[in-house]
Ligand binder design. Structure first.
Ligand code: FAD
Length: 238
């Protein structure tokens, strides 16, 4: 299986770094092909703009979805975005590895969503959820938190973790058509003791291998010619 890990943490020696290394090792040992997109190491810029594109649909007014639709149908994404999209298109399993910052992924990962998961590549009108372009593929969120498990339970002060992760899980990954696994949550990771962190890494290794062994049936993504027909007008309605 082809696996893409999108890693969003600025410190290689962080616990997030340890989780990504553990996944790479476990998946590699199990015979999978793993690519890591380390967003901080690549200095991935989170802000979308004209630099995302080699071409231009409308020089007078910048409309992000319009430019994305145009780029998708004319191979007009910047090299940085195209590289990310090529890895994503190849991946049967997408893993997002990030710490929870202000109840959400770090801005660098949100920017990756905004820029890489572009209209015409990741989604088009009338193709979402069970008809999404990425149906047949699997996704897994691995998140670390400062708050303990109790704080993320029903009645806990932060609210249930499923609600916290809803924008990533449902409004992004499931929207694209991914079959999304229940998240792997490393709760209160700066607060727990060393044996608990070791146990967390052990169960993560086991979990990623279990998930990667599940069958997938990726559908072909839209070719550029089809995008020209499907995409170029549809975004104007949004
Ligand atoms: P680190 O701090 O890097 O590591 C945690 C511990 O693991 C350290 O003791 C480290 O030495 C140890 N460790 C590292 N590598 C290994 C290894 N290989 N084996 C064993 N142990 C290891 N938390 C919330 O719950 N909700 C929020 O909304 C929230 N908002 C935040 C906003 C910001 C801007 C920031 C900076 C933090 C926020 N936090 C929040 C806390 C944050 O989620 C946690 O600090 C983060 O998830 C911890 O992960 P880390 O990888 O940074 O851990």
């Amino acid at each position: 299986m082809h696996v893409l890990i999108v890693h969003a943490h600025p410190e290689p020696e962080s616990f997030n770094g340890a989780l990504t290394r553990a996944a790479v090792e476990a998946l590699g040992d199990d015979g999978h092909d793993v690519v890591v997109s380390d967003l901080y190491a690549q200095q991935f810029a989170p802000a979308a703009g004209r630099d995302d594109f080699l071409s231009c649909a409308d020089p007078t007014r910048f409309h992000l979805q319009g430019e994305q639709a145009h780029a998708a149908s004319s191979n007009g994404f910047s090299r940085q975005l195209r590289e990310q999209q090529v890895h994503l298109a190849r991946a049967d399993l997408l893993i997002l590895q990030f710490p929870l910052w202000w109840g959400a992924p770090p801005a660098i990962l949100k920017g990756w969503f905004d820029r890489v998961l572009a209209y015409g590549f990741a989604y088009v009108d009338a193709r979402r959820f069970d008809t999404g372009l990425f149906r047949g593929r699997r996704a897994l969120i691995s998140v670390t938190t400062g708050g303990t498990r109790a704080r993320f339970c029903d009645g806990g002060v932060y609210g249930e973790i499923d609600k916290v992760l809803w924008p990533v899980r449902h409004l992004t990954l499931e929207y694209m058509g991914y079959d999304v696994e229940d998240p792997f949550v490393s709760y209160g990771i700066p607060r727990v003791d060393a044996p608990a962190r070791e146990e967390c890494l052990r169960s993560w290794r086991q979990r990623v291998v279990e998930v990667a062994r599940k069958p997938v049936a990726p559908q072909p993504l839209l070719p550029a010619a089809a995008l020209a027909a499907v995409g170029d007008q549809a975004w104007k309605k949004s």
